[in-house]
Design a binder for this molecule. Structure first.
Ligand SMILES: NC(=O)c1ccc[n+]([C@@H]2O[C@H](COP(=O)([O-])OP(=O)(O)OC[C@H]3O[C@@H](n4cnc5c(N)ncnc54)[C@H](OP(=O)(O)O)[C@@H]3O)[C@@H](O)[C@H]2O)c1
Length: 218
């Protein structure tokens, strides 16, 4: 397509078009949450919900930034795979519906420095409980609901900052691509579908993909 040069960024070196196509929404949202908003430092703790597109980039980026990453998933095999990518611990939120209690156990009762919330809904109350006093939540998604009934007292007493995230500016994208190059981070693509199988690609996404699903048009 033809676009103004101000609307484009240089893709990281040596990435295929399929790989580069995964960056503008999923990777950039994770990057902005961790770096521009979260200002994550080595040794800090980050919780990432699930093993979808945004979250798997968040695991890779946060681990490369030196953070200790805890990941939640409905699937133990996905937790193991996330640990191969740099997460230090995993919690199955299906077998542990009170997953925030497991996160507190893993963080000496304190909670994480930064939590990337992709689930939304009333689970936001658990996210607040799993974040340390004066910690930060990046509100990215709404997989379980676009509205929430929020308990205000835990929010007030824990002094949590909740920031809505709406992808990121182009300047952030340029900085992310340099970081991906330096750290040799490649997108995790679960499967590439031809355009004729676009329906199956969406069905795969609905089932839950590990990382990204790509539809190749040509
Ligand atoms: N604000 C923004 O700028 C922005 C940018 C990108 C995406 N988003 C939003 O962020 C959300 C995630 O996007 P995505 O592209 O990463 O989606 P995705 O690839 O479809 O990820 C779905 C995964 O989320 C996990 N999940 C579902 N319900 C969960 C729950 N209750 N607790 C924890 N994990 C849960 C599951 O992981 P397991 O299979 O491991 O359980 C599922 O596979 C969506 O709501 C999307 O619209 C927002």
């Amino acid at each position: 397509m033809i676009i103004h040069e101000d609307s484009a960024v240089r893709a990281p070196d040596n990435m295929s078009d399929e790989e580069a196509s995964t960056l503008p929404i999923a990777a950039l949202t994770a990057w902005y949450s961790l770096v521009d908003y979260g200002q994550i430092k080595p040794g800090e703790t980050v919780l990432v919900q699930g093993t979808g597109g945004v979250s798997i980039f968040a695991v890779q980026l946060a681990a490369a930034l030196g953070a200790k990453v805890i990941v939640t998933s409905s699937n133990d095999a996905n937790l193991q795979a996330a640990m191969q990518l740099g997460a230090v611990s995993g919690v199955n939120y299906r077998t542990h519906p009170q997953w925030h209690e497991q996160v507190l156990k893993l963080t000496d009762g304190k909670g994480v420095d930064l939590l990337l919330d992709v689930a939304g809904g009333n689970g936001l109350n658990q996210s607040i409980a799993a974040t340390k006093a004066a910690g930060k939540i990046a509100q990215i998604g709404f997989l379980t609901g676009q509205t929430t009934e929020l308990g205000l007292m835990p929010l007030i007493f824990r002094q949590t900052t909740i920031r809505g995230i709406a992808v990121a500016p182009r300047s952030s994208f340029d900085r992310m691509n340099a970081f991906l190059n330096e750290n040799q981070i490649r997108p995790v693509i679960d499967k590439v579908y031809p355009f004729e199988e676009a329906r199956q690609a969406y069905e795969h996404l609905a089932r839950g993909a590990f990382g990204k699903v790509v539809i190749k048009i040509a």
